[in-house]
Design a protein around this ligand. Structure first.
Ligand code: HEC
Ligand code: HEC
Length: 173
């Protein structure tokens, strides 16, 4: 189970690196205005089939199914939004913000790579908030809502216990 999952994740990252800059390099669909080109219907097919279709970009993370769609989603929706959030907060520390900031150098699930948080009880949360006030404030007020939005979800709501919260990224105990 574990091995399969990591292998899958590793493969997807390899894919992500392999297609670095792919979005801009993707074959543009033949412009109808190309005056010298034959009828669009004649030229469209061969061009389209020359490269594999890029993974569909879904509107929300929940809809992104399978590694290629998940990688496409992370690249298009999570990276730009979250790089800005972290870099606005700490330009130097997060100058090289990347997939690794959340997934680590070994491309693990964020819950495996990021520090485990002791916040399962209100007391424990209060203790962490006291020990690391800056981090907790930034995480709670900025990172969590921004990530929820990037994932097409709502920020975690204590009342409904639904939404994207700390444990979307951190392991909790
Ligand atoms: C801001 C943190 C963050 C960044 C940056 C980020 N991810 Fe993720 N990624 C996550 C979280 C959180 C999940 C788990 C979502 C869930 O619970 O389904 C995830 C899930 C994934 C998954 C699904 C498998 C898994 O580990 O759950 C893939 C594949 C993935 N990310 C690839 C990437 C790639 C490629 C990049 C860089 C282009 C990237 N991610 C950047 C936070 C991040
Ligand atoms: C989008 C994913 C994401 C979410 C959601 C998130 N965090 Fe984080 N958190 C991170 C990342 C990435 C780091 C590490 C930054 C770094 O590299 O220094 C971090 C670091 C921290 C740290 C500093 C840990 C240390 O030992 O230095 C604390 C504390 C923390 N988060 C608490 C929280 C709390 C509390 C929540 C929920 C309110 C939360 N985080 C939600 C991604 C997330």
């Amino acid at each position: 189970m574990q091995i399969t999952a990591s292998a899958l994740i590793a493969a997807c990252f390899a894919l992500a690196l392999g297609c670095g800059g792919a979005p801009s390099a993707a074959p543009a669909s033949p412009a109808p205005v190309a005056s010298e080109a034959p009828a669009p219907s004649a030229s469209a097919a061969p061009v389209a089939s020359a490269a594999p279709a890029p993974a569909a970009l879904r509107a929300t993370w929940a809809e992104a199914q399978g590694t290629p769609e998940q990688v496409a989603y992370m690249k298009a929706k999570v990276m730009p939004a979250m790089a800005k959030v972290f870099q606005d907060h700490e330009p130097k520390e997060f100058a090289d913000f990347s997939c690794k900031t959340c997934h680590g150098p070994n491309r693990e699930a964020p819950q495996k790579f990021l520090p485990k948080l002791k916040i399962s009880t209100p007391d424990a949360f209060a203790k962490l908030a006291k020990a690391k006030p800056e981090d907790v404030k930034f995480m709670h007020e900025v990172v969590e809502p921004a990530m929820a939005k990037a994932m097409g979800d709502q920020p975690f709501d204590m009342k409904t216990m639904k939404g994207f919260g700390c444990k979307g990224c951190h392991a909790i105990e």
